[in-house]
Design a protein. Structure first.
Length: 516
C-alpha cells in the first residue's frame, strides 16, 4: 500500500503543530515524502523506529479523525487498508465505526495471524487448594480511566473469599494507590485488593509473563484491554491459563475462538441473535439487568455555581470522531422543537480543526450559529462531573456510542438518550440504561431519538424517578459486588463445563452460556 504524506495527514486530522512539522520536512525533501509517506509523517513527530513511526501516524488517524463526514465510508476503508498494511496496528476505533459486522469480525480474525496460538494448560494442573483463582489483566490500574473499576472488582472478589491476581501489562509502582470512593473513603489499591500482583518488573518478554501467570495457578484470566493501548495479545496467544475471557477493549469480536474461550456479554449489548455473524468466540451472557460493562461508583461531587447555568443544554462529551453528519442532523432536528428555540448543543472541544469542520456542517444542515458551543476538555475530576451535571440531557451518538462517558453522565444525574443498532459499539448505552432500569430512554428510530431528546429537555417530573433509581438499590449499574459475584458464578460454571467435556479437542463445538 503506497501512502503519501499528504494522504496520511489529510485523513488523519493531526494536530496543527504536527502538520506544520510535516510540511516543513516535506518541503525540504519532497521525494522522501512521496516515497516513504507514512514514515515521513511519523518521523516528523518524533525520532522513533520505523515501526513506531507507522503506528503513530495511524493512531493519529484513529484518535484525531477530522469531521470530514462526507468521506467517512472512504476513510474507514482507508484505515482498514492501513491496518492490513501494518499488522502491528490496532484499529479499535475505526472498527467500532464500521457498519459491516461480519467484516469487523473477519478483520479481527486477521489480527491474530502473526501470533502462534498455543493450547491452554489442563484445568487439573491449576486447580489447587486455593480453589478457583481469578485474574484480571489490564495495562494501567492506577491512572487509566477504567483502572479503578477493575481494582474495585478485585476488591469485591477478595471480600468474597476468592483468590485474586492482578496482572499489569505495564510496570507500576508498588505504592501506587487508587482511591476507593464507596469503601468508606478508605484508600485501596492493586496491592491491597489482590492476593498476588504480576507485572513486567524485570522483563517484558511475552513468554516470561505467560510463565509467571501460569505459575500462579490462575483458573480464569479476564483481559480488560483488548486492542486498546497497552494490551498484550502476544502473552494471551500463549494461553497461560485454562480459561480466558475478554471483558472490554474490542469493538465487537476478539477475532479468535482459541485465544479467548468467550466474551463477557449481556442480553442488550451483545445479543446472541447476532452471534453467528458478529463474533468468532462464544458469548458468556450476564443475567438479565446486569451490564457486561463493570462500573464502580464515582467520587461524590457538588456542582459549582459557575457550572449551573440557565437554559437547556443538550450535551455529548465524546470525541468528535464518534459522530457523523446523520448524528448532527438529528441534534439539529431536536433543537428545532418549539420549546428548544433557545437550547444549546454542547460538544467536546477536541481540536480546533475538528471544531471548525463540525461548525461548518452544523451551519450547512440548518443549525443556528449561536446554538452550538464547544466545552473545554477538563482533567480535574470534580470539575468534569460538575461540567456534566450542567447538562439538561446527554444525547448519545448512534454511530459510535458512549461507554465510560455514558456512565459518568448517569452518575451526574443527567438523562441519557441512546439509539442502538446491530453493532456492539452502538449498544453499550442501551445496556447501561437497561441495567439502571431506564429503558424508556432507549430510542427505536432516529425520529424517536430526536423526540426523546426534546422531550427530556423539558425536565418533566417523570424523569426524576428514573434519575433517582440510577444509584439506588434496584439498579445494578453501580453494584460492583453483584457484578463480581456473577463473574464468580460464571467462573464456576465454566470450570464445571470444562470438566464435563474432559478437555477433549474431540468434544462437540463450544456453546454460548447464559447466566439465569
Amino acid at each position: 500500500l503506497s501512502l503519501t504524506a499528504a494522504e496520511v495527514y489529510r485523513t488523519a486530522g493531526m494536530l496543527d503543530s504536527a502538520l506544520a512539522s510535516v510540511e516543513r520536512r516535506c518541503h525540504a525533501k519532497p521525494s522522501m515524502c512521496k516515497e516513504k509517506g507514512v514514515e515521513c509523517v511519523g518521523e516528523s513527530l518524533r525520532g522513533m523506529t520505523s515501526v513506531q513511526r507507522r503506528c503513530i501516524a495511524a493512531r493519529s488517524f484513529l484518535r484525531l479523525l477530522l469531521c470530514e463526514w462526507k468521506d467517512r465510508e472512504e476513510d474507514t476503508q482507508y484505515v482498514n487498508a492501513l491496518s492490513r498494511y501494518d499488522e502491528g496496528l490496532s484499529p479499535v476505533h475505526v472498527l467500532a465505526l464500521d457498519t459491516n459486522v461480519r467484516g469487523v469480525r473477519e478483520t479481527a480474525e486477521r489480527k491474530w495471524r502473526g501470533y502462534t496460538i498455543r493450547p491452554p494448560p489442563y484445568l487439573s494442573d491449576v486447580l489447587t487448594r486455593k480453589g478457583i483463582v481469578i485474574a484480571y489483566a489490564f495495562s494501567d490500574f492506577v491512572s487509566h480511566d477504567l483502572g479503578g473499576d477493575v481494582v474495585e472488582v478485585l476488591c469485591s472478589h477478595r471480600a468474597h473469599g476468592v483468590y485474586t491476581v492482578g496482572v499489569s501489562w505495564r510496570k507500576q509502582g508498588d505504592n501506587a494507590l487508587y482511591r476507593s470512593p464507596h469503601r468508606d473513603g478508605a484508600f485501596g489499591g492493586l496491592q491491597h485488593c489482590t492476593d498476588e500482583v504480576i507485572s513486567p518488573t524485570h522483563s517484558t518478554d511475552a513468554l516470561a509473563l505467560a510463565e509467571h501467570i501460569n505459575h500462579a495457578s490462575v483458573t480464569l484470566l479476564i483481559d480488560m484491554n483488548g486492542w486498546t493501548d497497552g494490551g498484550r495479545p502476544d502473552v494471551l496467544a500463549l494461553r497461560p491459563t485454562p480459561l480466558q475471557l475478554h471483558g472490554k477493549g474490542f469493538p465487537s469480536s476478539a477475532g479468535h475462538a482459541r485465544v479467548y474461550d468467550g466474551s463477557i456479554s449481556d442480553r442488550v449489548a451483545m445479543p446472541a441473535d447476532f452471534a453467528h455473524t458478529a463474533y468468532s468466540e462464544k458469548l458468556i451472557v450476564m443475567p438479565k439487568g446486569v451490564s457486561y460493562h463493570v462500573n464502580a461508583p464515582r467520587p461524590s461531587f457538588s456542582p459549582s455555581s459557575s457550572d449551573i447555568k440557565g437554559g437547556i443544554r443538550v450535551c455529548n462529551s465524546n470525541r468528535l470522531f464518534k459522530h457523523n453528519v446523520e448524528v448532527v442532523k438529528a441534534w439539529v432536528d431536536a433543537l428545532s422543537f418549539p420549546h428548544m428555540e433557545a437550547a444549546k448543543l454542547v460538544l467536546q472541544n477536541s481540536s480546533s480543526t475538528a471544531c471548525t469542520n463540525v461548525k461548518k456542517e452544523f451551519d450547512r444542515i440548518g443549525g443556528k450559529e449561536e446554538s452550538l458551543q464547544f466545552a473545554p476538555v477538563v482533567s480535574d475530576q470534580a470539575q468534569y462531573y460538575s461540567q456534566l451535571s450542567s447538562c439538561t440531557v446527554f444525547a448519545d451518538s448512534f454511530v459510535y456510542g458512549a461507554h465510560g462517558t455514558a456512565i459518568d453522565a448517569l452518575w451526574a444525574g443527567v438523562p441519557f438518550v441512546t439509539l442502538p443498532s446491530v453493532r456492539q459499539s452502538t449498544r453499550v448505552g442501551a445496556s447501561l440504561l437497561a441495567s439502571a432500569n431506564c429503558e424508556e430512554w432507549i430510542a427505536r428510530s432516529i425520529h424517536d431519538y430526536t423526540s426523546k431528546v426534546a422531550q427530556m429537555a423539558r425536565q418533566d417530573n417523570e424523569l426524576s424517578s428514573c434519575i433517582d433509581s440510577v444509584k439506588s438499590a434496584p439498579s445494578t449499574l453501580f453494584d460492583v459486588d453483584r457484578w463480581a459475584a456473577e463473574v464468580e458464578r460464571m467462573a464456576q460454571l465454566l470450570v464445571d463445563v470444562k470438566k464435563s467435556r474432559k478437555e477433549s479437542e474431540k468434544a462437540p463445538n463450544r456453546f454460548h452460556i447464559v447466566l439465569a
